[in-house]
Design a protein around this ligand. Structure first.
Ligand code: ZN
Length: 375
């Protein structure tokens, strides 16, 4: 079945850009499967950004505008907005054009007791030059240089406004560095190439569907299972945010288990995630994962920390929900074929997806009794 889901999502449907028809078709496919297994399926339509590029181009141009205006505080405001948007607090992104997307929300008909939400995103990303095999190795370093520039720019501009002279030219350096980042983002938009997204994230969707099918008739008696397949993760984890806006109060004590890019390399459960800062995963789910990892050494699932980009677990963790993400990393700690045209079905290792399915199924058995549903 995993092969079938991968083939349907990344082969037949293929590119599934955020808020595109491809993403909608993937949602319909997954909803059809879940309904067939007896799940109570609902679509949650919402509107969200279709890409993060224009938002971040605006934010990265902000310090340069501050430099031209000579307003260090304006530059600082840009840095604050950047920090908030990066951590899923929507500020200026509210004013950007949006497209129509949807989440698939499916509840197990016999659910009762501890709430578990299995999460995977349906959309695939545009490729970008910074994900090319040569550049991607420096992804974290260039991200930190970018964060540094955003926060150093207002400081240098403040120095310039006090001391004048050469300080103005020094203050221009981080602004020009950020301008080069804008150029790569602009190229990403113009090139406009969505990947087939086999690993990212047909693998996660296939795994979630496989677990859902496995427990369709024998869900542990004290678990209330929800499957959440999100839209617009790649454009800024908006599907997850909209789900929490609408339904969060019903899931305050739930375990959110997010599967993303699990189709090649070594499967990891993440003790923390986020680009800046790193948010700690739920200690409760983490210790349950450690117990499963100890009981099932044959699966060779490891613990890690993920800080390359945000996942759907981030909006949940930031809002105080219990969440954890699973991702498979290669020997260099990267996601294989990440946001690149080589992210095809042929490059997914089904055995790796199966390990994740097995691990998460074991984890479901351990949830029993360790969380309590709000009454
Ligand atoms: Zn991705």
């Amino acid at each position: 079945m995993i092969e079938k889901h991968l083939h349907e999502l990344a082969g037949v449907i293929g590119a599934r850009g955020s808020a595109t028809l491809g993403e909608k078709r993937a949602a319909d496919y997954a909803a059809g499967q879940l309904a067939q297994w007896g799940y109570q399926v609902a679509m949650q339509p919402f509107r969200a950004l279709t890409t993060f590029s224009w938002l971040y181009i605006t934010l990265y141009l902000w310090p340069l505008l501050g430099w031209f205006l000579g307003w260090w505080w304006f530059s600082l405001l840009g840095a604050v907005l950047f920090f908030l948007e990066l951590n899923t607090v929507e500020t200026i992104s509210r004013f950007f054009p949006k497209g129509s997307s949807q989440n698939v929300i499916a509840r197990h008909p016999e659910g009762n007791g501890s709430q578990v939400v299995l999460v995977a995103h349906l959309d695939s990303s545009k490729a970008g030059l910074n994900f090319s095999p040569k550049m991607v190795k420096n992804f974290r370093v260039s991200f930190l240089a970018m964060v540094g520039s955003m926060f150093v720019a207002p400081l240098l501009l403040l120095m310039a406004s006090i001391y004048g002279g050469a300080w103005y030219y020094v203050a221009l350096i981080p602004c020009l560095y950020l301008l080069t980042i804008c150029a790569t983002l602009l190229h990403r938009e113009i090139w406009n190439f969505y990947t087939p997204g086999a690993n990212d994230n047909a693998s996660g969707v296939a795994a979630v569907l496989a677990v859902a099918e496995r427990v369709k008739e024998n869900l542990p008696s004290d678990i209330d299972l929800t499957v959440l397949l999100t839209g617009c993760e790649e454009s800024g984890t908006y599907g997850m945010s909209r789900f929490l806006d609408a339904k969060g109060s019903e899931y305050r004590d739930a375990w959110f288990i997010n599967l993303d890019n699990i189709g090649r390399g070594t499967v990891h459960y993440m003790a923390g995630e986020g680009m800046f800062p790193v948010h700690k995963s739920s200690p409760e789910i983490l210790s349950a994962c450690q117990a499963v990892a100890a009981a099932r050494p044959d699966l060779a699932v490891r613990q890690g920390v993920y800080n390359l980009l945000s996942t759907d677990a981030l909006p949940a963790l930031r809002r105080g929900y219990q969440a954890i993400s699973f991702l498979s990393l290669d020997d260099e700690g990267l996601l294989p074929n990440w946001h690149w045209p080589t992210d095809t079905v042929a490059n997914v290792d089904v055995a790796t997806v199966e390990k994740a399915v097995e691990f998460v199924s074991e984890l479901l058995q351990t949830v029993s009794g360790s969380t309590k549903k709000k009454s």
